[in-house]
Design a protein around this ligand. Structure first.
Ligand code: UDP
Length: 338
């Protein structure tokens, strides 16, 4: 298949964005990253091969310049704030960054004729699960501003499709986890709130213990069940979503998950086995806004994109995350990002 041009990756210096950039470079794609470096890390990118534009998506003048210079064929849009709890406390920050700022990006796409958009959406657009596993027809009733902001952008992209022919793929991620198998790049968030990195930080002694949020859910062992999707599988799905659009595929929404759920206790037990270390645990109350179970029905991803998760065993996720956290960089980039 013909590779038709430069790819513009927003948020490409962040966790999922940087793993996708690495995958796309291996496939011979040409990549320009736009990142405001609030959560991005320069070291997450191979700057010999990637053009990095440090700046904000909401900067209309900058967007116009970037599009004029690089004439991107497609945009892969990762840049967003993604802390659910913070979005409840500071909704305007989320609507500004996740909904308003991308409008300048879309204006530049419209003006410069870029008609392909791959969007990092989320299962948080569904809200509280009404049935399990969740397919793409599940009602979208987000229960926090983060999910609402992602759903709003989905709607905006649909409207741009009608008005000026934008073709989009909404990739609704479940729980992204794991790291690069070569240990070169990984997850470095400040603050780190996600389960697997926090468990591994506890295994390493960086934090005193991990708190399990709730043991009284109506699940097999009382703890929450999630569908953990390896970041490399996410990266591959982006490349396949791009193929879909390059082949003339229609705008569509696709869940990205393994179709299998694991409880917090199961993840803890696996992490103890992988690291060979005891992990100090305390048990706390439920975290607000956590549904008991979130598991994807990934059938449509297979049908439409030819995608299926390769890393279905949480052991693989934990091993690759441990490689990064226990590796020479200790799970941290030296510079930039928060
Ligand atoms: N969790 C936990 N302790 C932590 C972090 C997370 O028990 O320190 C639980 C959380 O309640 C959820 C699951 O682990 O059921 C995954 O949470 P995470 O924050 O990694 O992802 P989210 O589901 O919020 O996207």
């Amino acid at each position: 298949m013909q590779k038709t041009g430069t790819l513009l990756i927003t948020g490409g210096a962040g966790y999922i964005g940087s793993h996708t950039v690495k995958h796309l470079l291996k496939q011979g794609e040409k990549v320009v990253v736009v990142d405001n470096m609030v959560f991005g890390h320069r070291e997450a990118l191979d700057l010999d091969r990637v053009t990095l534009v440090e700046g904000d998506l909401g900067d209309a003048e900058l967007m116009d310049r970037v599009f004029a210079e690089h004439q991107p064929e497609a945009v892969l849009h990762f840049a967003a704030y993604a802390f659910v709890g913070e979005s409840v406390e500071q909704p305007l920050k989320y609507y500004q960054n996740n909904v308003t700022a991308p409008l300048a990006l879309l204006e530049a796409m419209k003006k410069h004729g870029t008609r392909r958009f791959i969007f990092s959406s989320t299962c948080a657009t569904y809200g509280n699960p009404q049935y399990m596993p969740m397919d793409e027809n599940h009602p979208q009733v987000p229960v926090n501003p983060y999910g609402a902001s992602k759903l709003m952008l989905e709607r905006i992209l649909l409207d741009c499709g009608v008005a000026w022919g934008l073709q989009s793929v909404f990739l609704r991620y479940f729980n992204a986890s794991g790291g690069d198998l070569e240990g070169e790049i990984g997850e470095d968030h400040t603050p780190e709130t996600h389960l697997i990195p926090r468990i591994l930080m506890a295994a390493k002694g960086e934090i005193e213990h991990i708190t399990v949020f709730g043991t009284d859910y109506a699940t097999s062992d009382g703890t929450c069940i999630r569908d953990y999707i390896h970041v490399n599988d996410l990266a591959r799905a982006h490349a396949l979503a791009l193929n879909h659009l390059r082949n003339g595929g229609e705008t569509t929404a696709v869940n990205l998950g393994t179709g299998r759920g694991f409880s917090v206790r199961e993840i803890l037990a696996t992490a103890e086995a992988v690291t060979g270390r005891p992990i100090p645990v305390s048990y706390g109350p439920r975290r607000a806004g956590d549904p008991p179970e979130l598991v994807a029905n990934p059938a449509k991803a297979k049908e439409v994109l030819g995608w299926e998760a390769e890393y279905k065993d949480p052991r693989q996720h934990i091993e690759s995350a441990w490689k990064w956290i226990a590796g020479p960089r200790g799970g941290r980039y030296r510079s930039s990002g928060q």
